[in-house]
Design a protein around this ligand. Sequence first.
Ligand code: GLU
Length: 473
Amino acid sequence: MIRLRFAPSPTGNLHIGSARTALFNYLYAKFLKGKFILRIEDTDILRSKKEYEEDIISGLKWLGINWDEGPGVDSVQSYYQLDRWKQGIYNQYCQQLIEEGKAYYCFCEQEEKDKDPLQLSYKYSGKCRTLSNEQIKENIAKKIPYAIRFKVCEEVVVFRDLVRGDISFDMALNGDLVIMRSDGMPTYNFAVVVDDMDMQITHVIRGEDHISNTPKQIQIFNALGKTPPAYGHISMILGPDKAKLSKRHGAKSITEFKNEGYLPEALFNFLALLGWSHPEDKEVIFQEDLMTVYDMARVSKSNSVFNIEKLNWLNGQYLRSYTAEHIYNISSEFLDGFNKSLYNKDQLIYILDVIKENLNLLSDIPTQLAVFFTTQVIYEKEHVQLEMIPMIEKFEQGLRDLEFTSEVISEYTNNFVKENNIKKGQIFHNVRYAVSAQQKGPSLFKMLQVFGKEKVCQRIGNYIAYVKTCSGS
Ligand code: GLU
């Protein structure tokens, strides 16, 4: 059985990089017709927070990444490392390694250095490897703090990366690894192996920052007598300037994207294409279709660039493919600020249909809607065309007798420009300005229909009066 997992540490919100890792695992699991598991790696008690865990969980759900096993799914086992630690699971495997002579008690203060990522060149000497049982007992009796170290085998570990092909590491460069700290907590490399083993994970897709952990994890797997999963390391996401992705360029949390009016399906589609390409180079691909083609063989080894214009474009593609009614249903928070008494639901849906073509993000809705809700139309002198006033007066008179639908107004306008031998653009421009004080905006006739005859005629009247006052006539 194929089993993949996403194993976030709840030390921050779900950001674009980790969401992409989750999505790659999820899609590859579905492609292989396997299971996708969510595991919360919360053993870093100081940095882990419940609010981050909630953000990760809600972000994944919002994106449409659903797990078969994990928090919230009925199960006898826990998918939280802290729970599993309390159950003594890591300790049990640690004892097994000690008993089999594959790990040992270490009383060296140097252990602290292992925790410090900046001590890159530090290699533990192996001093405590040879302590006798008596010495160990004596030190424990003296309450000298100890860690448990794994005996690293000084060999070259070679593994076939699902993305990068064969990768080899000389483990002679590594000292023996701490697997249990003196505070009794398992280290990342140990906990992850125990969990991947217990949860029968078959494939691990994660960021390339984990590459150097993989040979260590493979050795621990081997020491526990189990076959390690297949590993694939995906490249980084860079900003358009080819530097590490910054907040300004998209290194934001999934919740921020949601609040900015992105659609989960568009973001999902976008993330899937960050370092993976469709066999036919398709760009707009639904989740169900991605599941059928998401082979790791198509993952790029090179870093991918986060292109916000592409995300906005994709979002617009999805948004404009929806019915106005659907857009109405998913955009309540962007409609909140508007005076609900002005239009009923059906009218509002009609308006959304009118502005749909101009939308990329749901958050574009308020700007596009504003024109339908303004009660004050304020003209500016420099935009008025005095010479058009007689035509506009005539146009307005004709409007009074119309059945006020966009089709009828359109037909009337076409005839009007022919009969009066003027350019369509002139009427369009002046009428739009008269009713909205704007130079551009949504489809004119549909907008006029929404406003209704009374408001349209009144505003045109006001406009004519304004122009006349300006010109002093
Ligand atoms: N908790 C680790 C992280 O968030 C998991 C890494 C892994 O997938 O092994 O980086």
